[in-house]
Design a protein around this ligand. Structure first.
Ligand SMILES: *[C@@H]1O[C@H](CO)[C@@H](O)[C@H](O)[C@H]1NC(C)=O
Ligand SMILES: *[C@@H]1O[C@H](CO)[C@@H](O)[C@H](O)[C@H]1NC(C)=O
Ligand SMILES: *[C@@H]1O[C@H](CO)[C@@H](O)[C@H](O)[C@H]1NC(C)=O
Ligand SMILES: *[C@@H]1O[C@H](CO)[C@@H](O)[C@H](O)[C@H]1NC(C)=O
Ligand SMILES: *[C@@H]1O[C@H](CO)[C@@H](O)[C@H](O)[C@H]1NC(C)=O
Ligand SMILES: *[C@@H]1O[C@H](CO)[C@@H](O)[C@H](O)[C@H]1NC(C)=O
Length: 759
């Protein structure tokens, strides 16, 4: 049997908690092994029962956090919380997982001076991916031409169901899986939904195969999704190595498993951690990803995360700790037109990856039907909601929302429908994620949907035809912000602009497991090596791969320096030279951060804003975190009073500048420090595009560097003049750019975001 069923045996009154401990507690010295120390807490907590403490322990953490994960009863928590060594006890949190062409769109090519050649395609860098696992036989994980496994690698290729150690190679150098948090928390699943999983690093969902191949997939010629998007598939850093940490299962990804994976990844020796997963924003001291990634950053591992798919709601951006690189999603200029021609001659623009080529019957004229107002979810095409008699042989209109886009197509097919039009609603507007549907189908925007529905209303026997045009490149304005991409300002730390950067995340083609159809539906019996997905999950590994290229060229750079290089060189104009758009207006900084990644410029930024781990601690003091909150994140015992006295007027040396006049005086002094990583002798002048409603003064106006790695400081005063602005502003935005006097290619740009009131 290909699949197996995970057996859940957890008792319902036990819940998973992550227990964080004081790293220097005296009682630790009594134990030679950390594991035994951790077990002693469980032993003391459950003292009255005769249970083996081992049976309650899920994970013992070493690197990403000091502490452990265990299953506990509610009345045991009080005992545990009263112990002096315990810093925090947090319930496990369930999080969600949020080609072939995007490297060309981003300007990567095999030119001699280019990022790929200079970095050896990311040679020697190890990218750790936390996701749903990997399909090792995919041609994207072939190790042909790969250099040997780096000597510093300490990871393993963990065996499990349909996965043995011989499946790892010089491309996929490691693979592990984490089930304990997931198993302990999932007994309440409906018994009727069989959860098909491989209890091993093997990917049963496709998400992890897709994201890891986007970061570092090998070059595969003649790739396509059933003929669509034909071309060479390859990741951003085809020369980098991949290590998969499977933490996401059918039910989601549990933070106890995630911390265990980060713990291993740090010890294994990854250079970059790529997390295309997350939840809603929560305070940093409660956020296991924020905590684990602080420890990772301290140990020199760069952490890159998806911003989330909860846009365009303001303040929906997740994974927003300042030491994380937070990635939003943008569109490509590649389209898959599938036009709807209505019976009255009107044409509606739609898109689809349904493989229509060679199928003569795919473009037939059919009767249209839209079943609304039946209170069964028929307009959404829920399973079981479509009466066969009404849809058989017809083209069915399904509204977007609630159930999956491709699943709606399967529902229509099962009910006997011949084709489908997927209609966007007010929520999705003109957002255009495409799918390789199981039947002839296309996806139309909201305004087209209104036209379609009024046509259906206007006639007794509405009809339509779908014309599948195929793949088109370069005919549309891009990049633009993806509607679903989560937006700032950050809920938990509005003093830092988030997301940091946007990267391609709509209709991305990348590797796919060979036992899944391109829609991922169990009913889809077609087989492919690549499929199309959309999400900030797809944007994140683009940045992870590009970070690998930069690290391969500059092996000594810190993760803050690499992030600065990516941010200060980003594009704020699209390929038509016009501002990057967000739906129908120029995008705000809360959607694009510093802009759209430009890898060829990012490898040679001229100057960088570096940050030492200690500076994050000072920052946490300045935003008002208490010592115990800071301790939970950093495991450092700090007195903010002393720190703030010693660092008067400190500003985190972030590559973007944010002023929030809701919490700050109307005259804000910000400091920054630039480090020269370009030519030894270089002079930069400052260019300011002041946000509306403020005056910006910079001192000095000229920075003259005499050698490489020299650092120079400057100050920025941002003075509110909102009273004199024509309208009452809630926020406004501008840019501060350092331009090299002799070499104008060096433009080191920071977005400047100013807020006076809630949006
Ligand atoms: C590992 O799996 C491969 C392919 O499934 C098989 O050929 C090989 O014999 C297995 N090796 C071991 C040691 O089980
Ligand atoms: C179209 O024709 C193909 C091959 O003749 C057939 O397999 C498929 O089911 C048909 N599709 C529809 C929607 O009628
Ligand atoms: C179509 O008709 C229905 C019922 O008469 C009405 O509720 C709906 O608003 C109409 N839709 C459009 C787009 O005109
Ligand atoms: C997928 O890749 C494998 C290995 O390269 C190849 O044998 C197989 O034919 C490919 N499958 C498809 C559907 O292209
Ligand atoms: C933290 O440091 C202060 C003084 O620096 C000390 O009084 C306190 O006991 C320390 N707390 C912990 C938990 O070590
Ligand atoms: C940099 O400038 C200094 C002083 O102007 C000069 O002595 C030195 O040779 C220059 N170095 C380079 C590499 O141009």
């Amino acid at each position: 049997m290909v699949f197996s069923f995970l057996i859940f045996s957890a008792a319902t009154d036990l819940q998973t908690y992550i227990v964080q401990l004081h790293p220097h507690a005296p009682s630790k010295l009594l134990y030679t092994k950390t594991l035994h120390w951790h077990l002693s807490f469980i032993e003391r907590t459950i003292a009255l029962s005769e249970e083996d403490p081992n049976s309650r322990l899920l994970y013992s953490y070493d690197f990403a956090m000091e502490g452990f994960a265990a299953r506990l009863m509610e009345d045991e928590l009080k005992v545990l919380r009263s112990m002096p060594e315990v810093v925090a006890v947090r319930p496990d949190r369930r999080l969600q997982v949020h080609t072939t062409y995007s490297y060309k769109f981003l300007g990567l090519n095999a030119g001699k001076e280019g990022a790929w050649m200079r970095s050896g395609f990311g040679r020697g860098v190890i990218i750790g991916v936390l996701d749903t696992g990997v399909w090792p036989e995919s041609p994207s994980f072939s190790d042909r031409g790969m250099p040997p496994v780096p000597g510093k690698w300490r990871g393993v290729c963990q065996e499990g169901e349909k996965f043995n150690a011989s499946l790892c190679n010089r491309k996929l150098i490691g693979a592990r899986f984490y089930t304990k948090g997931h198993r302990a928390s999932s007994p309440s699943l409906p018994a009727v939904t069989p959860i098909m999983e491989y209890v091993s690093p093997r990917d049963a969902h496709g998400h992890g195969t897709h994201t890891s191949s986007t970061a570092a997939g090998a070059s595969v010629p003649m790739a396509s999704v059933l003929g669509n998007g034909f071309g060479v598939a390859q990741g951003m850093a085809p020369g980098a190595h991949v290590a998969m940490y499977k933490v996401c299962w059918f039910t989601g990804c549990y933070s106890s498993d995630i911390v265990a994976a980060m713990d291993d990844a740090i010890r294994d020796g990854v250079d970059i951690l790529s997390l295309s997963l997350g939840g809603f924003p929560i305070p940093l001291y409660d956020d296991s990803i924020a905590i684990g990634s602080f420890r990772a950053t301290e140990k020199g591992v760069m952490v890159i995360c998806a911003a989330g798919n909860n846009g365009p709601i303001p303040s929906s951006v997740a994974n927003e700790a300042p030491w994380i690189t937070t990635v939003g999603a943008s569109t490509l200029d590649r389209r898959f037109p599938a036009i709807v021609r209505l019976g009255n001659g009107k044409r509606l623009y739609g898109e689809s990856m349904y493989p229509a080529h060679g199928l003569h019957n795919s473009s037939r004229t059919l009767e249209l039907v839209y079943l609304s107002g039946m209170n069964k979810g028929s307009e959404l095409c829920y399973r079981g909601s479509l009466p066969r008699a009404e849809v058989r042989g017809k083209m069915v209109v399904c509204d977007r929302g609630v159930n999956g886009r491709a699943e709606k197509g399967e529902v229509v097919r099962e009910a006997g429908g011949a084709a489908m039009i997927l209609a966007n609603t007010e929520i999705n507007l003109e957002e255009d994620s495409v799918d390789a549907h199981v039947l002839p189908a296309t996806s139309i925007g909201y305004s087209e949907a209104l036209t379609l529905k009024s046509y259906i209303n206007s006639t007794k026997r509405p009809t339509a035809t779908i014309e599948f045009v195929g793949t088109q490149i370069g005919k549309s304005r891009a990049p633009a912000v993806a509607l679903f991409s989560s937006r700032g300002p950050s809920l938990t730390d509005p003093s830092i602009l988030k997301p940091d950067i946007i990267a391609p995340g709509v209709n991305i083609i990348a590797a796919w497991p060979q036992n899944l159809g391109p829609t991922g539906l169990p009913e889809d019996s077609r087989r492919v090596n690549f499929t199309v997905l959309s999400g900030t999950s797809m944007a994140c590994p683009h940045i992870s791969g590009i970070a690998a290229l930069i690290l391969a060229i500059h092996p000594t750079w810190s993760s803050a320096a690499i992030k600065s290089a990516i941010m200060t060189t980003a594009d704020i104009f699209d390929h038509y030279g016009k501002p990057i758009m967000d739906v129908n207006k120029p995008a705000e900084l809360f959607a694009i951060g510093s802009g759209h990644v430009n890898p060829e410029r990012a490898i040679n930024p001229g100057l960088v804003y570096n940050i030492m781990p200690d500076e994050y601690v000072i920052h946490l003091c300045t935003i008002g975190y208490t010592s115990s909150e800071i301790f939970a994140i950093t495991h450092r015992n700090v007195s903010c009073q002393e720190i703030l006295a010693r660092n008067k007027g400190f500003s985190l040396n972030y590559p973007s500048i944010t002023v929030d006049f809701r919490h700050q005086k109307m005259n804000k002094l910000t400091r920054r420090r630039l480090t020269n990583v370009g030519l030894p002798n270089s002079t930069y002048f400052v260019e300011v595009k002041a946000p509306e409603g403020v005056e910006v003064r910079v001192k000095p106006q000229l920075l003259t560097f005499g050698h490489v790695y020299q650092s120079l400081n400057y100050k920025v005063w941002i003075i509110s003049r909102r009273r004199y602005a024509k309208q009452i502003l809630t926020h406004s935005q501008g840019y501060l750019t350092w331009v090299n006097v002799h070499n104008k290619q060096y433009r080191v740009r920071s977005p400047v975001s100013v807020t006076w009131a809630d949006k």
